[in-house]
Structure formats: C-alpha cells, structure tokens
Design a protein around this ligand. Sequence first.
Ligand code: NDP
Length: 507
Amino acid sequence: MSPADRPRTTNDSGVPAPSDEFSLTVGPEGPTVLHDHYTVQKMQHFNRERVPERVVHAKGTGAHGVFEVTGDVSRYTKAGLFQPGAKTDMFARFSLVAGELGYPDTVRDPRGFALKFYTEEGNYDLVGNNTPVFFVRDASKFQDFIHSQKRLPDTGMRSHDMQWDFWTLSPESVHQVMILMSDRGTPRTLRNMNGYGSHTFSWMNSGGEKFWIKYHFKTDQGVENFTDEAAMAMIPEDVDFHRRDLRESIEKGDFPSWTLHVQVMPFAEAEGYRFNPFDLTKVWPQGDYPLIEVGRMTLNRNPANFFAEVEQSSFSPANLVPGIGLSPDKMLMGRIFSYHDTHLHRIGTNYEQLPINRPRAEVNSYNKDGQMTYEHSGDQPVYAPNSHGGPVADPSDGLEIGWSVGGGEIGRYAYEKRAEDDDFGQARTLYEEVMSETDREHLVANIVGHASDDVAPETQLRVVAYWGAVNEELGAKVAEGLGIDLSAMNGQMEAARERVMALADHA
Ligand code: NDP
C-alpha cells in the first residue's frame, strides 16, 4: 500500500497526529515540552496497557465457535441451548492454572476449559477444567491451595516442597494429583484434551422435574498427551506451543470439536448414594450414571484481537440460564461469588458490557452507571417497583433450581462420610483399573521426578505415605524412586502414614 493510501495516525480523540517519530522539543537538541500532548498521551496510555493478570488461569488462549445439539435431553432440561436442533454461538478460553502470563504452555498443570454460550436466554458460562475432579472440596481451602502452587513469599520462586506439603496434608487432593501427575497433566495440544464441568449441577425440565448432572466434553481429536520429557523439550522450542497450535489449526480450517455428554442422576437418588455426589474430589462412576450425548462444540474462528477477546473475556459460574442450576457443592458455592468479584476488580464495574462478554439477549437490569458505562438504559426508571413502565421480573422465567437442606444448624462442617466416602478409593480405581501399564510407569516417574526436586525429606515421607494409601505397590515404587529405604526409617514412615490417614479421616 502506498503511504497515501494508508490511514492517517490520530490521537485517541481522532485528531491527526503531528508525527509518528518525533517529540516536540526546544530546538533539535533541546528538552521535550510538556504540552506535547500527543507524546505524553502515548506514554500515559502505555503505562496503563495491562489489566491485573488473573490470580489463577492467567495464561490462556481462546477461540469462537458454535454449539450444536445432536441428542435429545429435553426430558432433563428446558434450557434453550440444549433443546433438539439448537445452535448457539460460543467462546472458549483454555488456560494454565498456576502459570503466569508468560509461562511455557506445556508445563505440568491442570488446564482451564471455560465456555461462554451466548444464548437467547442470556449468557451461560460453564467454567470447567480438563480434569473431572479438583484438589479440594471446600472453597475456604482454595486460596491456600493456590498460594502453595504459586511462589514463595521470600524468594519469589516456585516450590515443589510447598506443593507436596499442601497436597499430602490435604489427602482429598490425591485423586486430582494422580491425574495431574499422569501424562494427562501435560496435554499434547489443547485440542487433544477433554473438558469437564467437574462440579455437579442441576437441571430442570419444562414440567419442573429436577436432576443432578455432570458435564463431559470429550475431544473428537482423541486424548493425546506429552510425556514429561517431551513436554519439557517443547519449552525451549516454543513457549507458546498450545496457543500457536490452536490458532494455526483454526486458521487452516481444521476446526477442533468436542462432543458433550452428561451424566444424569435423578434428584432423589443423591441422598442415598454411596458417597457424597456433590464432592468435587469425586467422579460419578459411569457404570452408575452412563454418558448421554447432548451435542457438539466446534471452534471455528480465531480472535481478531487477543486483548479484547481473550484477556478481557470474563467467565462466571454464576451465569446460569433457565433450566440450569447449582448444587450444594461447597467449591461451586464459593466460585459463584468469586468469579464476578475478580472481574469487577480486574476489568471493571461494567466488564459485562464489553463485546466479548456482552449477552446477545436483551439486558434490562436495574444496575446502572459506574466506571466506563457504555450501555445506558436511557430514561428507564432506576428503581423497582415503579409505576413508570420499568422492567418487571417474571418469577416463572427466572425460576432458580432449589433443593432442601433439612433444617441443619449453621456450622463449619467436614463432609459427612457415607459408605464409600474415603479420599483414596477413586484414585485407587484409576490406578488399578483404568490406567495402562505405561500410564502407571509414567505416573511413578513423574511423581518421583517432581518430588525429588527441592522437596524436604519429611515431606517426601508423606509423599510416600500419600501414594501408599492409594496402593501399597505405588507407595513402594515412589519410595524406591526417591531413594528412601523404608526399613531404615525407625518409625518415621509409620508416623507419616498415621498423619496422612488421620487427615483423611478428619475430612
Ligand atoms: P470408566 O471405565 O467408566 O471411566 C473411565 C474414565 O477414565 C473414562 O472417561 C476415560 O476417559 C478416563 N480415563 C482413561 N484413562 C485415563 C487416565 N489415564 N487418566 C485419567 N482418566 C482416564 O470408570 P469409572 O466411571 O468407574 O471411573 C473410574 C476412574 O476413572 C475414576 O475413579 C476416575 O479416576 C477416572 N475417570 C472417571 C470419569 C467419570 O466421570 N466417571 C471421568 C474421567 C476419569 P477417556 O474416554 O477420555 O479416555
């Protein structure tokens, strides 16, 4: 393009810029003058380019797509986006959990799997991970958990000791740590991993019948993982490998897709189920609740502007649509508060007005004004109830899915144990019945590699006890790998075991 055909540079008020290169100075070698508003504005704006990075899930990437219903789950939910034949525009953001903005993509970490569906009934956000379970089951432990995965207060370094210290003192983490330490902790690409809603949610059909459900997005590309070695080798080659892979595959028309399935539990079955079905550290065995196909999500368009569409995209599990509700999962309850709160801080009061977050459905809210308000309600009354034609809620539209809590007393409760509510059972099933021999070998090698590096000897004993509680042979292999001679421990190993088991009993 010849210079004459190119657009003219302006300042942010649209006024033609005086120069792309030269500041306003007193003579060619003199000082810059303060009234060089154009240069000053460039500096001021540059200083304000960053928004606070997400405390968790900081590094991510995303793409636009569509969700198409292929099954018929109308007998379980009235949600419009899940009705036969429905097609809904959506946006997906994938992310690391602990890694900061510039972190290498292929490190061992769970991956965020956050989805925003722009439905006719408002935005529905499903903010999941690539694992069906989580490290803790109570939101009051979440901040401590994340601190332990981030950086030491004095050195600013990450610490494997801190990670294993927290995990082994929180035995409910063992199921998730096993998946993290397996090769699923290092997905080959974002296209080759599954996504899970992880929590239990509720659905309600048009007749008012309620169900508990879990979401599974199975990758149509097949699950593929890096070995630890291959994941590490990718770091110097391309720190943005996952970001690049997703972008390039969409660019060349190779659109990744995932098939959504749900598990459905009739509402009344939760009470008598053999373990707490709202415990985020557990899956529902598929033998009890088989997968039912719902539809397919296909990512088919890259963001045109990364900051506007990926950095500013803001998801909240509180964004539910009619026919979809919560459950008594204590982690989910905490997240309902936390996500909106963090976006208010990170992006601003009116973050939901930005194009990436803006609902396609009409917004008729009584919230008003605030920093950066763009959408105004004109002369709509600013209070309800009013006699001036302002919006009125229809309780039948906005019906929330409730459940009964049996008149308990307010208190701080551990999960009440049911017949199969131990921390180690499902990790044991995964290890003994689901993993292949290669998966098991890689798991041991990954645990040993991770726990050998900068982990205190007393923490290492607990690492052995933690895995030994899942499977004795697994514990012995980890001990051998860590060079711990169990016969020479003089009761220290027993003490570590008792500590881990006591913590598990307490949960
Ligand atoms: P199933 O045999 O019916 O399901 C096993 C599930 O495990 C499949 O969904 C499979 O997902 C997944 N899986 C296969 N290999 C691995 C691996 N190496 N690491 C992690 N997950 C893997 O058994 P159950 O439903 O009774 O579950 C048994 C165990 O499987 C659970 O304790 C849990 O650890 C794990 N699991 C269970 C899930 C569930 O929702 N029930 C979901 C994911 C894991 P895929 O088809 O993608 O390979």
